[in-house]
Design a protein around this ligand. Structure first.
Ligand code: ASP
Length: 446
């Protein structure tokens, strides 16, 4: 019997997880049961993905750079990547702003709903922790992000997933220095990283075998932990605008991919779908990164010289879905609370949402932290910030899941564009998890 393809298996796991989660909202012990006995399997899966993220970035980026043989090629890839990321992010914010101004989801929201949402969430730990986190992030000067990018201890950087840009900085420095000492002298180190890269990609295959079960656990937990359905309903129009914007972004990527790379957009989407489904289930582009890299490289055929730089950098700085959401949310909150937003305020949103998406961590809920900074930049009264966040908190998780899908799809799209522009978009070379299994199982018989 032909085995069901991975993305179908994952999709089935997700659906059963959602149904099971709903069923578990009925018995009184249901939510506790899911949190204690089901969710840990999802958490283990996310931890496994994060476990291999740093070794994968290290190994693949060193391999990518040292294969280049010419530093100017790297500069070329780097500049194209950053420029394309900025363009796609600005497009995303503009789509979000256009929709929210056109459809005005904040105007229809009643005072009673605002009062109810404020009462439920304004002093919720989820909201207050986001406000605190935002004020901590604001403390540095304008160039703080550059200072933060440079590690003062390579081992500390590689031991913290939150320091992804520092790891990228160190690895690029290492890779370039390897190029400069010449192929012969660098060979032992290069062979080490090449082998590490292959091993880590095999680990991705193995972890993905458990993905259908893991997404079942993750989604069941999301369902039992979600808020009051009546409040979710009150925010339907706002959520609808965000979802519409995100859907338009996916169409935008498909058009761009087919126009610039001549790749069939449906093939593109189906090949990266396991990464998208994981982005949806985990709400974290950082956790999804190993799978995104594997899919784009092995299943689409983008050369490692491109993916090894474009994707880890993209996971940290390119968040089209998040920035689109920040544009919609900032205007929605202003509309609902009667805060007058001028044209220059909207332009400020474009700039700050761009910077905020660069500064957002690739983890669940990060977009909401940076939203505080976007709101402050347009002069939103600080005493109303908690109320503003309370308005959108109830639907943040499902929207986070969807914007993470767009973030990951955006990274994959840009890696294809950059690869095409430098002649590095080749043929797929799929590796299966059991490629060498026979050799291992039948070693004795040889
Ligand atoms: N969860 C998103 C990501 O990891 C970030 C956010 O929008 O909160 O890409």
């Amino acid at each position: 019997m032909r085995k069901l393809e991975l993305h179908w298996q994952i999709l089935i796991g997700m659906l059963i997880g959602i149904l099971f989660g709903f069923a578990m909202t009925y018995p009184q012990w249901g939510a506790g049961f899911v949190q204690d006995w089901i969710n840990p399997f999802g958490t283990i899966f996310v931890k496994l993905l994060k476990l291999i993220a740093i070794p994968l970035i290290l190994a693949s980026l060193v391999k990518g750079i040292s294969d280049l043989q010419d530093i100017s090629k790297f500069k070329n890839i780097g500049l194209r990547t950053i420029a394309t990321y900025i363009v796609t992010t600005v497009v995303a914010i503009c789509i979000g702003l256009a929709l929210v101004n056109l459809l005005k989801p904040g105007d229809g929201i009643s005072d009673a709903t605002i009062a109810q949402l404020t009462e439920t969430y304004a002093s919720d730990a989820g909201v207050t922790s986001k406000l605190e986190e935002a004020s901590r992030q604001k403390e540095g000067g304008p160039l703080q992000f550059l200072v933060d990018m440079v590690p003062d201890n390579a081992f500390r950087a590689v031991s913290d997933n939150g320091l992804m840009l520092q790891v990228i900085f160190f690895t690029i420095f290492l890779g370039i220095s390897m190029l400069l000492i010449g192929e012969k002298a660098a060979r032992p180190l290069k062979e080490f990283f090449d082998a590490l890269n292959d091993v880590v990609l095999k680990m991705v295959d193995l972890i993905m075998l458990t993905a259908p079960v893991a997404v079942f656990a993750l989604l069941a937990n999301v369902v039992v932990s979600s808020g009051d359905p009546d409040l979710l309903y009150a925010l339907l129009k706002y959520s609808g605008v965000v979802v519409l914007g995100l859907a338009i972004m996916i169409v935008f990527y498909c058009v761009v991919v087919s126009v610039f790379t001549r790749y069939n957009p449906f093939t593109f989407l189906s090949r990266i779908s396991p990464a998208q489904l994981l982005a949806f289930s985990t709400s974290s582009s950082a956790a999804t990164l190993p799978v995104t890299m594997e899919r784009v490289e092995e299943h689409i055929g983008v050369d490692k010289e491109v993916t090894s730089f474009v994707l880890p950098v993209g996971a940290t700085i390119n968040m089209d879905g998040t920035s689109l959401y920040q544009g919609v949310a900032a205007v929605f909150i202003s509309q609902a609370l009667g805060f007058e937003l001028t044209l220059s305020g909207q332009l400020t949103i474009i700039l700050t949402a761009l910077l905020a998406s660069i500064g957002s961590a690739a983890v669940p809920g990060a977009g909401m932290v940076m939203l505080v900074i976007v709101l402050e930049s347009i002069g939103f009264p600080s005493d109303k910030l908690a109320i503003g966040l309370a308005l959108i908190f109830a639907v943040d998780r499902p929207l986070d899941m969807m914007r993470t899908v767009v973030n990951v799809t955006g990274d994959a799209t840009v890696s294809m564009l950059v690869a095409k522009s430098v002649g590095k978009l080749g043929k797929p070379h799929v590796q299966n998890w059991d490629d060498h299994l026979d050799e291992v199982l039948h070693k004795d018989k040889k």
